[in-house]
Design a protein around this ligand. Structure first.
Ligand code: TXD
Length: 308
């Protein structure tokens, strides 16, 4: 049986993800959106690329959830995108409403699915999806760390004129201004980056990573990043569908790990067929711990405002 992957929100991230998943040729794809006919149009367009690109994935669009029934993975991208000058947190209330309604539908139609949340503010929306779904934490995770890490890796690779494949990096914490790039665990061909890039320059690269989302928003003029975000979600889906046991930074509901309880925070996690199979714990320095705490406090505040 082919897997079924539903993407709720057929906007920029959702539709691009639909294309990326269809091209993997290991699952059928359902795109759901509230805009009449739009998801059907995008789905048909992706389906019609199959003969040229060489995939047999079925791609269906819908304004409802009947077609999503029994999905193995559901990705939630529905919501409003950030506009220039708008913070992630401004989106909070509207997206809280949207995500609550969507999760209720998802649970009703695919009670066994693994949910990947993408809608911003990411960590708070993941927490909302977890609470509304009643799923175990293994089956509700958020995408942010893979994207943040990808940005960090891309900038380091450019700086050193090396392949992005040679750069490994970790980013902990919440998605946004409080993310914590772990320079200590960032290596180029196995060599710690701190020995390759002067500290001052490295600090600039870290800051650019933190502002990575805003940099794209400002350049685009309308909408926000979607090529790299959809690539990041697709990698998480690969890890789950192919049971790869990949260690990827994801937003996970912590239950004591890193000294954090009952909160979604970005941490390295092992992803496989069961979803989040393990939270990887790293010993942090005092400074890193303080930076992570700032991040935790920011998520706590949002979650408090949302009353969840
Ligand atoms: O790292 C990350 N987590 C992120 C998050 C990286 C990139 C984008 N990030 C966030 O994802 C962004 O801030 C937004 O909250 C979401 C989706 O971003 P995208 O750029 O795809 O936004 P679009 O193009 O506006 O698409 C959102 C779609 C749009 O077509 C709406 O009609 C639809 O969501 N929408 C709904 N679909 C289904 N059901 C409901 N209720 C609904 N409401 C809106």
């Amino acid at each position: 049986m082919r897997k079924k992957i539903t993407v709720v929100g057929a906007g920029m991230v959702g539709a691009t993800l639909g294309q990326r998943v269809a091209e993997r040729d290991y699952a059928d794809v359902v795109l759901v959106d509230v805009i009449p006919d739009m998801p059907m149009g995008k789905a048909l367009d992706i389906l019609e690329a199959g003969p040229v690109v060489g995939y047999d994935s079925l791609v269906i669009g819908s304004n409802g959830y009947a077609e999503t029934a029994g999905s193995d993975i559901v990705v939630i991208t529905s919501g409003l995108a950030r506009k220039p000058g708008m913070s992630r947190d401004d989106l909070l209330r509207k997206n809280q409403e949207i995500v609550t309604q969507v999760v209720q539908q998802v649970v009703a139609h695919s009670p066994e699915c693994i949910m990947i949340v993408v809608t911003n503010p990411l960590d708070a929306m993941a927490q909302l999806a977890y609470k509304v779904s009643g799923f175990p934490r293994e089956r509700v995770l958020g995408m942010a760390g893979v994207l943040d890490t990808a940005r960090f890796r891309a900038f380091i690779a450019q700086e050193l004129h090396v392949s992005v494949r040679d750069v490994s990096a970790y980013v902990l914490g919440g998605h946004g201004d409080t993310m914590v790039p772990l320079v200590r665990f960032t290596t180029v061909g196995g060599i710690p980056v701190s020995g390759l890039i002067p500290a001052e320059r490295l600090a600039e690269i870290v800051q650019r990573t933190r502002d990575g989302g805003a940099e794209i928003v400002n350049l685009l003029g309308s909408g926000s990043a979607y090529y790299a975000p959809s690539a990041a979600v697709a990698q998480m889906i690969d890890a789950i569908v192919l049971d790869k046991k990949m260690i990827l930074p994801c937003a996970v509901y912590l239950q004591g790990e890193y000294g954090v309880k009952d909160l979604y925070v970005g941490v390295p996690a092992k992803l496989g067929a069961g979803g989040v199979e393990e939270v990887i714990q790293i010993e942090l320095t005092t400074e890193e711990r303080a930076a992570l705490q700032k991040s935790v406090d920011a998520v706590k505040e949002l979650v408090g405002v949302m009353g969840i």
